[in-house]
Design a protein around this ligand. Structure first.
Ligand code: FMN
Length: 173
């Protein structure tokens, strides 16, 4: 399957993961380019008022691939808003897609991702993998949101997370 990885990252973790997965699979990695800078304020507004930030989306590039693997953080239980325009695009031009993330996980799983992806794209994702920073941190005391937000994945973490992602992707392609 001719695949591409499309990522968005606010603090760098998901781009590090996307870059590493793309290198491992020898596939193209595209970084989502937003038209206005994302701030903590704009994130909260997007999530509360269901806004879709403007991004540069090239339909010609999307058409070149059989499988699109998105990689982005989870915000307030949802896929990060800069991905919305891409997910909406898939509703009009359906294509196999997957979603991977390194999220915080301080409050446990993010159970609404599957239904959100289906709602936005109109189809089921063929890969859905949400890995948590909380699982990379010492368990006693239990990591808080503050701990997981401050944590940046290092080289060893990236290697470990990448191999889990590759295992999942290899079941499909
Ligand atoms: C506003 C905001 C809301 C968040 N909400 C969640 C959440 O609901 N679930 C979760 O697991 N992580 C949540 N996180 C944590 C991020 O998903 C996590 O820190 C992620 O690794 C950041 O990725 P990035 O470095 O690629 O931007 C939230 C972070 C922010 C800034």
């Amino acid at each position: 399957m001719n695949s591409v990885i499309i990522s968005y990252s606010y603090t760098g973790n998901n781009n590090a993961l996307a870059e590493s997965v793309a290198r491992e699979l020898s596939v193209k990695h595209i970084n989502i380019s937003v038209q206005k800078p994302i701030t903590m304020g704009s994130i909260l507004m997007d999530m509360i008022f269901a806004r879709t930030p403007k991004v540069q989306l090239d339909p010609d590039i999307m058409q070149q691939y059989d499988l699109i693997i998105f990689c982005a953080p989870i915000w307030m239980g949802q896929v990060a808003s800069p991905l919305r325009a891409y997910l909406n695009y898939l509703k009009t031009s359906p294509k196999a897609y997957g979603f991977i993330s390194i999220s915080g996980g301080a409050d446990g799983a993010n159970p609404k991702l599957d239904s959100e992806l289906r709602k936005r794209t109109g189809t089921q994702s063929i890969i859905l993998l949400d890995q948590h920073k909380a699982d990379l941190l010492p368990t006693n005391p239990k990591p808080t949101r503050k701990d997981t937000s401050a944590y940046r994945i290092g080289r060893e973490d990236t290697k470990r997370l990448t191999s889990t992602v590759i295992e999942e992707i290899k079941k499909i392609i």
